[in-house]
Design a binder for this molecule. Structure first.
Ligand code: FES
Length: 109
């Protein structure tokens, strides 16, 4: 059973045992971890952008659609993924970028 660790802005880490084949977004939302997802997981925004700190090779391969969408993210890094498009197949460490969370807070006010 894969383990996924989320790094949130506090900063704090949360490590969970998960079923292989779930998306990072679904895992986070199922465990009350905030990841913005404005388009509802349809690869039509970049608000679910996350940075993979470890275990990039344990994730599903990136489709062209995700790659094109990520290219529009202002915070793109070499280990960026869209949480709604990325299936977890093995252990990984996922950072939820501060900008994404700040954006979320700004939107709520
Ligand atoms: S929620 Fe919009 S691309 Fe993931």
């Amino acid at each position: 059973m894969p383990k996924i660790t989320f790094i949130t802005e506090k900063p704090e880490t949360v490590t969970l045992d998960v079923e292989a084949g779930e998306t990072i977004l679904d895992i986070a939302l199922d465990h009350d971890i905030d990841i913005e997802h404005n388009c509802g997981g349809n690869c039509a925004c970049t608000t679910c952008h996350v940075i993979i700190r470890e275990g990039f090779e344990h994730l599903s391969e990136m489709e062209e659609e995700e790659e094109d969408r990520l290219d529009t993210s202002p915070d793109l890094t070499l280990s960026s993924r869209l949480a709604c498009q990325t299936l977890v197949e093995g252990d990984c460490v996922v950072e939820i970028p501060k900008n994404t969370q700040a954006f979320r807070k700004a939107e709520q006010h």
